[in-house]
Write a protein that binds this ligand. Structure first.
Ligand code: FAD
Length: 249
């Protein structure tokens, strides 16, 4: 049986590998070109996600460059107002939350899919789905089409598949939250590897964390460290409801 998967971000390649293990023929279609797949900043991977990912990729390869999952929350006066401590998760769940580059997760999954012989067709943006006897036909904006027994939509929040199949379904709604981030190397005395520090103001917060990328660097004054910096502008009133020690995972 042959399947088509639309979207080769995170879910698509993982689903492709799973279907391949069940003995199915799978083709992945991705709107972006291969050299455009490096987008995104961070993904937080919690133990349940990591335990699933272990089925598909070598988690140690993700750990070449990551930040810890523990989070410390500070108010505008630099007072610690809460802490999510994830250090116990490895003992409890077999994995501990980490923040990694989204592009790296996608890359490792796509590499794993390719090793299993799964074809990834980049530069194919789905624009039409037609249900036919015994299956479905997907058409792409470059004129290509492909018929298969079934199709799985892994094309993200603005899914063209969902729009084609369920035109009346509610779409995503902009919630007035805007988040952006960056990674940079810093000199001086940057904070060491450990918790993500989140500093909250009235209408915005700024968070930062050092990655494990070069742990020896703290011993060398002029050596640059890689840092993950995240700006988020959003109202986070809920965090003020907690006192230190009252946040439990
Ligand atoms: C470029 C990019 C950067 C992101 N960066 C972050 C981030 O920094 N932090 C974060 O928390 N989340 C980020 N996300 C969202 C996050 O990856 C997903 O919400 C989450 O991982 C779920 O994964 P997914 O595979 O369902 O969807 P996605 O990861 O969104 O992957 C969907 C894939 O489908 C492809 N696609 C979309 N429409 C079509 C179409 N019509 N035809 C063919 N292919 C199509 C997209 O190009 C994409 O590769 C990003 C998503 C993208 C696409």
């Amino acid at each position: 049986m042959n399947a088509i998967i639309i979207g080769a971000g995170i879910a698509g390649p993982a689903m492709a590998i799973a279907l391949k293990r069940l003995g199915m023929g799978v083709t992945l279609y991705e709107a972006r070109e291969e050299n455009e797949m490096g987008g995104g900043v961070f993904l937080g991977l919690t133990p349940n996600g990591l335990n699933v990912l272990k089925e598909f990729i070598d988690i140690d390869q993700l750990k070449g460059d990551y930040t810890a999952g523990t989070m410390e929350f500070y108010n505008a006066r630099n007072k610690c107002i809460g802490r999510f401590d994830t250090r116990d998760q490895a003992r409890k769940y077999g994995a501990e939350t980490i923040q990694v580059k989204r592009a790296r997760v996608s890359e490792l999954l796509r590499q794993a899919a390719a090793r299993q012989g799964i074809g990834i067709r980049y530069g194919h943006r789905l624009n039409c789905l037609t249900e036919r006897a015994g299956g479905v036909e997907a058409s792409f904006d470059n004129g290509h089409s492909h018929a298969a027994a079934f199709l799985i939509a892994c094309d993200g929040i603005h899914s063209a598949c969902r729009a084609a199949l369920f035109p009346d379904a509610p779409g995503p709604v902009y919630t007035q939250q805007l988040s952006t981030g960056a990674m940079m190397r810093m000199s001086g005395s940057p904070p060491g590897f450990g918790a993500i520090k989140m500093v909250f103001g009235e209408r915005a917060f700024f968070a930062y964390a050092a990655s494990n990328h070069n742990p020896l660097a703290t011993f060398f004054r002029d050596l640059m460290l890689r840092h993950f910096i995240r700006f988020e502008k959003r109202k986070m009133d809920w965090v003020y409801r907690y006192r230190p020690g009252s946040i439990a995972l």
